[in-house]
Write a new protein. Sequence first.
Length: 337
Amino acid sequence: MIIRVRPRPVRFILMTKMTYRRLGNSGLKVSVLSFGSWVTFDTQMGDEVARDCMQTAFDAGCNFFDNAEVYAGGRSEAQMGRVIAELGWPRYSYVLTTKVFWGIHTDTVNMRNTLNRKYLMQAIDGSLERFNHDFVDVLYCHRPDPQTPIEETVWAMHDIITSGKALYWGTSEWSAEEIRSAIDIAERHHLHKPITEQSQYNLLDRRKVEKEYARLVAETGYGNTTWSPLSSGLLSGKYRDGIPEGSRASVAGLEWLSGRMTDAEAVRRVEKLRPIAERLGCSMAQMAIAWCARNPQVSTVITGASRAEQVTENFAALEVIDAITDEVAAEMLAALG
């Protein structure tokens, strides 16, 4: 069946082309800036806006689209699957990822907050059904599970890859020790190893990527597809006068964000970055995203947006990466205190 895509408006074309990096020590190449659906899909946007955002990212060279089973209780995966089908992208042209752990069948003990074999085998089937895809490119274990032996999880993830339902697997917010244990088990039994982490990384949250994972990355080449480069929007500078209408912190169900966004001390620290961004001739959001992307240990920076114009603005951070020299980066960190 041929899916016809409606004509789209002409968009601003970035002067700097997208660059691509290997995902960890694998041969898979991912765009240095990528697009994720956390918070926004099914919550802040319908299919039309989601389609605009994804096509805008794709047009800018983005090939990495991130999701998770738990986002909007599975509805985020379903929406992304519908949008991809409507856009008619060739399957070879993009990398699709999702994450499992929390579960969406919360009334069943073996299907929530776990990485046991039963859950993993059924969770991947549920995700693929919602995406209407035969496989995902990367399947992440969304959190570590201290109640399930890591060996059980590693074997299950290996079998999922062997079955062709995922091509690679990774971890999200695991400790360096837990990741190394998974790698050691896989190597010992000649199984598919995890190749990448997905952790929070931004100017305000640096410890895991820069400290805890440093030796692991140096010794194994482990990748990292980082999220929240704007610290849920705080680093964009848009909260200096309160919570603007239409922002994440104003959305029903996300009230937990409003406290952080209106914390006077946090806002005061972030405002110290504004003169640096003005000097560089970019927005605070672009500068914060570019700061993350300049780190060679980061495979891709996952960005989010609630409208296509935000995608265009965020991806213009490509123009800023080279402007953030070591001296500028040090100035930014000094400004934050």
